[in-house]
Design a protein around this ligand. Structure first.
Ligand SMILES: NC(=O)c1ccc[n+]([C@@H]2O[C@H](COP(=O)([O-])OP(=O)(O)OC[C@H]3O[C@@H](n4cnc5c(N)ncnc54)[C@H](OP(=O)(O)O)[C@@H]3O)[C@@H](O)[C@H]2O)c1
Length: 252
């Protein structure tokens, strides 16, 4: 059973590894013997991750809003470790816009970081995985890819697009042994959601709407990613896995 979920020596790229969900996922994989390529804009925030497993963690500073910077991530992974077994497209951004339907700059940035970056990096990594004949790509979307939420159209369009990008890639690369799946987190306490967590009414509304009656912690995402990156999910591709405490399962 232990071997089925093993990620020992697997080479795993995690974007947005500097804090929150990405940092928790990176720590979870490092603790289980994987070799990691951690990327985000703030290199210093990832120094501790690198120090936690000398020789097993590479850190790449990269702004995913700059398309031309993105391919260096897969290039460095291959130069450093010679292969890529899993890519976890976790980095994301959301910004409150005064009038979201008039704010094209907000739309462009949100689509670039949440969706286009995953398309570019996913395409670059798929080339490496094609040569290997195996690999797992995990796209971290959101319950906002599955349901309608107020006042944030660009984020939901990006996450919905990311979910569909997973299916497109699952279709196009399945015959090369590459699996592509989507994880949809519910409300997880991180910097991204701190404002609504600190607001008593908003925090309670989200708690009571969740079947398990609590917000998620970043560590709640680790198991789903271990499953999708390991042989435990060897026949699973093109699916959405909500990790949402039951948010999307509730009717009434
Ligand atoms: N928290 C939730 O409740 C929740 C729910 C559903 C989905 N999600 C999704 O889960 C993922 C992680 O979210 P989180 O809650 O952990 O958010 P977070 O705490 O705000 O962390 C976001 C991560 O993305 C990186 N990032 C942001 N913009 C970037 C850019 N332009 N270039 C490179 N890296 C960038 C950040 O690193 P730097 O700032 O150092 O670049 C950071 O590591 C996101 O895709 C988010 O949409 C979160």
């Amino acid at each position: 059973m232990e071997d089925l979920f093993s990620v020992v020596d697997k080479v795993v790229i995690v974007t947005g590894a500097s804090r929150g969900i990405g940092e928790a996922i990176a720590r979870g994989f490092i603790a289980r013997g994987a070799r990691l390529v951690c990327t985000a804009r703030s290199e210093e925030s990832m120094a501790e991750l690198a120090a936690s497993a000398p020789g097993r963690v590479a850190v790449v500073a990269c702004d995913l809003a700059e398309a031309s910077e993105i391919r260096q991530i897969s290039r460095i992974a291959e130069e450093r470790f010679g292969r890529v077994d899993a890519l976890i497209n976790n980095a994301g951004t959301t910004a409150v816009a005064a009038d979201p339907y008039q704010d094209e700059a907000n739309w462009d940035l949100t689509l670039q970081v949440n969706l286009k970056a995953a398309f570019i990096l996913g395409g670059a990594v798929a080339k490496i995985m094609e040569r290997q004949g195996s690999g797992s790509i995990i796209n971290i979307a959101s319950i906002g890819a599955l349901l309608g939420f107020p006042d944030n159209p660009s984020y939901q369009a990006a996450k919905g697009g990311l979910r569909q990008l997973s299916r497109a890639m699952a279709r196009d690369f399945g015959s090369d042994g590459i699996r592509v799946n989507t994880v949809c987190p519910g409300y997880i306490r991180t910097q991204m959601t701190e404002r609504s967590y600190q607001d008593e009414a908003m925090r309670q509304a989200r708690t009571s709407r969740t079947l398990l009656g609590r917000w998620g912690d970043p560590e709640d995402l680790v198991g789903a990613c271990l499953f999708l990156a390991s042989d435990a999910s060897s026949y699973v591709t093109g699916v959405d896995l909500p990790v949402d405490g039951g948010w999307t399962a509730q009717g009434l």
